[in-house]
Design a protein around this ligand. Structure first.
Ligand SMILES: [Zn+2]
Length: 341
């Protein structure tokens, strides 16, 4: 089985964008804001909207995608805490409906109602709702709700502990995923995303978070940002900081995905990072949508690169495609077992 652990709902009907625009326009006046019930998106519209993802799954041989709301439009820095909460609920409800319409193709992961400067404690109710009531298997955690200004404390700070306690209790992992950038210095998907991934990893090295939460699990997407390429730097920094080797200090709790859009990048990832820490993903339909003229294939057709890893055995490739994901997202196993029956 091929499990793509990183897909976003980037093809929603325009009605959703219109709802969000109206919500933000009335952010400070509840009477001016549309209600979630005002958003009329039918099941037929949902089915139609995910045909591009289903087509790519068929063409590329992916069995199932772990599916979450569009990352760039989480935009936790916009509106108010109240609109952020409502926006997360609306976005998660659509994901839930899609996953119920295509239970063998999509598994739900949540957006959290984060807001800059507001304790992540405010995300607990929504996480409990989506996991306990809707069967979600994970969440996306934005390490920088301020959208490129990094105003909240590092991920290792006790500030974040309430949401970690709930993630551990519910046994759901978090993908460390920033949203849009409101800092013009940082292109969203080309710089801000990579910064977020790399920054999160360095924060994990600097702190002792996993001593306090030995079963907390994070996925750092986009191939781990700059980390695998600079693995020696990070090992050396940890050593200088008198931390244990990274394999003990961080890598029992952190996984990297394969959203690296060329073969040499995947070759390096597989060579440097333990196979047990790599999860197959494409982030389709996402940041990079074109065809690579050097290969004639889509950049984000990442299964080709994993298939092309001559250094790995079939058993190791199975870990990347399926085995590791089942361990990181234990709540997904019920979905997958239902598919096989
Ligand atoms: Zn993403």
């Amino acid at each position: 089985m091929i499990i793509d652990i990183h897909g976003h709902y980037t093809t929603a009907p325009k009605d959703l964008d219109n709802f969000r625009a109206a919500q933000l326009a009335g952010a400070n006046d509840p009477n001016q804001r549309p209600k979630p019930s005002d958003l009329k998106i039918t099941d037929d519209m949902l089915r139609e909207s995910v045909q591009p993802q289903l087509k790519l799954q068929r063409e590329r041989g992916t069995d199932v995608t772990i599916f979450s709301p569009r990352a760039s439009t989480m935009a936790h820095h916009l509106g108010t805490e109240a609109t952020s909460r409502e926006w997360a609920q609306v976005s998660n409800d659509l994901i839930s409906r899609i996953c119920k319409l295509f239970p063998d193709k999509f598994v739900p992961v949540a957006q959290l109602p984060q807001f800059p400067g507001v304790s992540p404690k405010n995300c607990i109710a929504e996480l409990e709702r989506v996991v306990n009531e809707l069967g979600f298997v994970g969440c996306n955690l934005n390490p920088d709700p301020s959208g490129g200004w990094w105003k909240d404390p590092p991920l290792t700070d006790r500030y974040w502990y309430p949401i970690y306690e709930k993630m551990v209790e519910l046994d759901v992992p978090g993908m460390v995923h920033v949203s849009s950038s409101c800092n013009d210095n940082f292109h969203a998907t080309g710089a801000h995303y990579m910064n977020g991934d790399t920054t999160a990893f360095m924060q994990f090295i600097s702190g002792n978070l996993f001593k306090d939460f030995p079963t907390l699990r994070f996925i750092i997407p986009h191939g781990g940002g700059a980390v695998p390429y600079h693995w020696g730097r990070y090992r050396g920094l940890a050593q200088d900081m008198k931390k244990p080797p990274l394999i003990e200090h961080v890598m029992n709790n952190v996984w990297f995905d394969t959203c690296v859009y060329h073969q040499p990048g995947i070759d390096l990832l597989a060579k440097v990072i333990p196979v047990k820490n790599v999860l197959f993903a494409s982030e389709m339909i996402g940041a990079v949508r074109g065809i690579d003229p050097e290969t004639g294939f889509y950049y984000d057709d990442t299964k080709r690169y994993v298939d092309g890893l001559s250094s790995l055995s079939p058993a190791e490739k199975h870990m990347i495609f399926e085995g590791n994901a089942r361990k990181v997202y234990p709540r997904m196993n019920a979905y997958l077992d239902a598919i096989k029956q």
